[in-house]
Design a protein around this ligand. Sequence first.
Ligand code: THU
Length: 160
Amino acid sequence: MKELKIESTIYVFDDLDELPKDIVMLMNKAIEAREKAYAPYSKFHVGAALLLDNNQIITGSNQENASYPSGLCAERTAIYYANSQYPNNKIVRMAITAASKNNKTASPIPPCGACRQAIAEYEVKQEAPIEIYFMGEIGKVAKSNSLSDLLPLIFDKSVL
Ligand code: THU
């Protein structure tokens, strides 16, 4: 038997103003996207903004459905659109923000497992890490340098 230890590093900033201007700008795009979320069922509004290596910014918000599983998270709405429109461009970074209509989210809210798997696909495809910044509505902002820090032991094409 051998023990395998997995280490991840996440950086936590006290608030958005601690971050460089271009990151604040990307997070502001995610906030704008969040405000367009269609989340009448959960009242949990999520926005995501992606920066591509051609300087395009792609945004997405969660889109819910009366048939609940037919809805889609903000991160996947954005990343699938990005790869549909710009299949040859790399994703440099992603900013994510989540706000609930029921209470003010004040701590960083990481992407769900399904979104991490979707982001992992593109990180593998582009052979370059995707930086991920995530926050609630207010307060601290967390950053991972790569999706692999949020999802160790990914399932990817190498096993197929
Ligand atoms: N949601 C996202 O958009 N991203 C996540 O990473 C987690 C959850 C959405 C899905 C659903 O519309 C609502 O938040 C509540 O789960």
